[in-house]
Design a protein around this ligand. Structure first.
Ligand code: CP
Length: 309
């Protein structure tokens, strides 16, 4: 396999292979000598046209720990800010002989388009509201490690689903691995077409968090993405928290054993209370550390050569 553009690219066996290698990488993380020689001589460019803390730094560290040369380019600091087109930008970068582009862009489908222009492997690190496949893989990996299996586990995805690429990739990945997924949002933040998609893909939709919460084996809260809301935020922040936030009261309903995930960055006090974000059952930081292992695995399988994947 050359690219990672969408969870649609991955079979159950592919995901199992990525997870098995990630588990080995996790073991490497725990050792004192973290560097492996697997990608020595390979060059990985992080090309980010949108801001990032977790994804960009973890792909950079993942590449370094596999001995690749990793370089970061951001939209603001590149000649894209002078009007250079995306096509000219990626052709210029890949003319330097890079092996992989890890790319984030505000346009849905941007990574797929770039993959048609360049010979390098393209990893979609988030394209508009479309997909964020490495996030879905690390979320599923983290939950599988905590729950033992995802088969038959009831997972709630709650939040601003209209604008969430994490939601779209996670629904695909979790249902593929056998989880019973319910997605919860206010009507104003539930994507159009979700009913047809849910029937086809086999997940449930709900507008009532309090009805769905007591049945959950795991809960993933998703960020309210105000920067993507040109028409303003409706319901208001307060109404949102009352109806759809993981508040202290809802944490009590959930009980102490149900894991809580959030891909980050979190709006504390809006979609998730500090009590929930910092609870013993919160996997927020496990997602980050597992994310490093999963991204090492992704880079390894795409770049380590014949027979690696
Ligand atoms: N979850 C996630 O993609 O976070 P960043 O935007 O910080 O990369």
């Amino acid at each position: 396999r050359k690219h990672l553009l969408s969870v649609d690219d991955l079979s159950v066996d592919d995901i199992a292979t990525i997870f098995a290698t990630a588990a080995e990488m996790h073991d490497v993380q725990r050792r004192e000598v973290k560097k492996l020689p697997a990608l020595r001589g390979r060059t990985v460019i992080n090309l980010f046209f949108e801001d990032s803390t977790r994804t960009r730094s973890s792909f950079e560290i993942a590449g370094k720990w596999l001995s690749a040369d990793t370089i970061n380019i951001t939209g603001k600091g590149s000649s894209a800010s002078k009007g250079e087109s995306l096509r000219d930008t990626v052709l210029t970068i890949t003319a330097m002989g890079v092996d992989a582009l890890v790319m984030r862009h505000s346009a849905s489908g941007a990574a797929q388009q770039v993959a048609q222009w360049v010979d390098a492997s393209v990893i979609n690190a988030g394209d508009g509201t479309h997909e964020h496949p490495s996030q879905a893989l690390l979320d599923a990996y983290t939950l599988q490690r905590r729950l033992g299996t995802l088969e038959g586990r009831r997972v709630l995805l709650v939040g601003d689903l209209t604008h969430s690429r994490v939601f779209r990739s996670n629904v695909k990945c979790l249902t593929r691995l056998g989880a019973e997924v319910t997605v919860v949002a206010p009507p104003t933040l539930m994507p159009s077409g979700v009913d047809a998609w849910s029937r086809e893909a086999g997940f449930a939709t709900s507008y009532d968090l309090d009805e769905a919460l007591p049945k959950a084996d795991a809960v993933m809260m998703l960020r309210v993405q105000r920067e993507r809301m040109s028409g303003g935020f409706f319901p208001s922040a307060r109404e949102y928290t009352v109806g759809y936030g993981l508040t202290r009261d809802r944490l009590a309903v959930l009980g102490p054993d149900v894991p809580i995930c959030h891909p980050g960055p979190m709006n504390r006090g809006l979609e998730i209370a500090a009590d929930a974000a910092d609870a013993a059952q919160s996997l927020v930081l496990d997602q980050v550390s597992s994310g490093l292992a999963v991204r090492m695995s992704i880079l390894y399988h795409l770049l380590a050569g014949e027979g690696a994947s």
